[in-house]
Write a protein that binds this ligand. Structure first.
Ligand code: NI
Length: 194
């Protein structure tokens, strides 16, 4: 399965809303191969999510790893969402760090609803209806935004938290804390780019 090129911010495809995938189109070899390639590309890039527009394909389709703090990335389930619709749950937005495979090396604090209800199709065309919370909800919202030409920078309320990876590791994480010393690798991994 070939790895596809991940396009970077400034490419107009990242700002172009994607179109819905047709039922017959979803079953085609072309789309099934595209999905396999996207999963491979995401894994190869060390990311936890990848939307079709990020490889220049204007379709409402994304893949992600359903990571959480209790599971390592290796154990995380690979998910494929086609033609998704999301309803945020009410409540105060939660801030957490995000990065993006199309905005190399930058991270910033992004407010998002803590949980969402998701309606979508899986890769076989089966209807999905589920609730996602916490980091999975964040990944889903980040990838959903890509389908609408939106990137995480657009969602930031204060650009002063923006940092490059090395500076983020050095100044923005709380590795000096006692709590951080007991933190597992998983915690850093879930902050991987999407
Ligand atoms: Ni992204």
């Amino acid at each position: 399965m070939p790895v596809r090129e991940i396009i970077q911010l400034g490419h107009p495809a990242l700002r172009t809303p994607a179109g819905a995938v047709g039922e017959a189109e979803l079953r085609s070899d072309e789309i099934q191969t595209l999905i396999d390639d996207m999963l491979e590309t995401m894994r190869e890039a060390g990311g936890v999510g990848l939307a079709a527009p990020q490889i220049g394909v204007p379709l409402q389709l994304f893949v992600y790893l359903a990571v959480d703090v209790d599971r390592s990335r290796e154990d995380a389930e690979e998910k494929v969402l086609v033609n998704p619709a999301i309803e945020p749950e009410a409540g105060e937005p939660v801030y957490d760090w995000e990065g993006c495979l199309s905005i190399s090396d930058l991270r910033g604090l992004v407010p998002r609803p803590q949980a969402v209800r998701v309606h979508a199709l899986d890769r076989h065309g089966t209807k999905l209806d589920f609730r996602a919370a916490d980091y999975e909800a964040r990944i889903i919202q980040h990838e959903f935004d890509h389908l609408n030409g939106i990137v995480f920078l657009d969602r930031m309320r204060d650009l002063r938290s923006l940092a490059f990876g090395a500076e983020w590791e050095r100044y923005m994480t709380d590795d000096e804390d006692e709590e951080a010393e007991t933190r597992t690798d998983t915690d850093d991994e879930v902050r991987a780019d999407t």
